[in-house]
Design a protein around this ligand. Sequence first.
Ligand code: NAD
Ligand code: DAU
Length: 341
Amino acid sequence: MKICVTGGAGFIGSNFLHYMVETYPQDTFINLDLLTYAGNLETLKDIENKPNYSFVKGDIADREFIYDLFEKEKFDLVVNFAAESHVDRSITNPDIFVRTNIMGTQVLLDASRKTNVGRFHQVSTDEVYGDLPLERKDLFFTEDTPLHTSSPYSASKASADLLVQSYFRTFKLPVTISRCSNNYGPYHFPEKLIPLMISRALADEKLPVYGLGENVRDWLHVYDHCTAIDLIIRKGRVGEVYNIGGHNERTNLEVVKTILRELHKPETLINYVTDRAGHDLRYAIDPRKIESELGWKPVYNFDSGIRQTIQWYIENKVWWQHILSGDYQSYFDRQYMELNK
Ligand code: NAD
Ligand code: DAU
């Protein structure tokens, strides 16, 4: 199979490529990524010379470019990770979220139709369901929970989901959608809660906790997200949505205190700051559909996953220090000099 992975230089896409390129040497993987501030080719050093992997720099919202690429490559499968993914950035600048997350997805859908792609998989998020009340621990998001978004980011992801579902119903494009809870793990960009707190705590810097730190997220190690997507693209039913989550709900304060404890750093580093506008209170996934239909099970719980992740950040300081210094953005020019001639 020839598989197009969009956004493969980002956090989850790169973890997915590491997993898939090794697991399926008979398949070919093309990583299509614009290398925005969130895309980092240093992350893919381990696989960049594998015979079944290649990289193409390009914008999913550039119709002409995408049509040419799809005509040339005739992909069997498209997995769309490419997105603007940070809620706080969507509050300061929603425009790019509309362009990439909605229009970009539509361009990919059109190109998939034109070239008869066998499966289009949309990597969506639990944020499309909005939030749950903090005091109702009995409530969970199921695949039938109505879409009810809070931020420009989640609104753009929900819009993309609706487009994907419309291309299934109207044009019979074979699609699947996965909606996962918060991920963490290696190669997570240090603007998101967990890598931000680890990198700052290691440097004895103040840790900015929004509001009272009581908002709840349902954390899943990125490896378990990747195995779930692998199962869905191979065995999932066309036209279906699958929720992904492992019942690891934690308040933000619990997460930050766990990181501090593991790093032997004092809680006095915690600094309460102004809350995020429209801040979702609680996310919690009901994963019974993917468990019972596809036999998916996570291998990490939060305790084992956060320890592995902290260790990874300690052992891979160069990776995140390059990001903090901006050095990672020149990797493309150094590595792919001949493309720029
Ligand atoms: P990320 O921000 O780390 O990576 C996004 C990647 O997309 C980057 O490599 C970036 O360069 C690329 N990209 C952005 N705009 C592009 C464009 N116009 N054309 C081509 N490439 C472009 O994001 P992530 O955290 O890895 O999330 C990946 C996907 O998973 C997103 O669709 C996100 O909505 C979804 N998701 C994320 C989480 C999470 O916790 N991070 C959870 C559930 C779902
Ligand atoms: O649920 C899936 C979503 O999880 C994905 O779709 C998004 O792409 C991903 O970014 C993530 O969104 P969140 O907004 O939940 O993640 P973030 O890491 O930005 O924040 C997690 C929680 O921590 C949230 O309640 C806000 C809080 N927070 C975040 C930051 C960056 C802080 O308290 N301080 C911070 O500095």
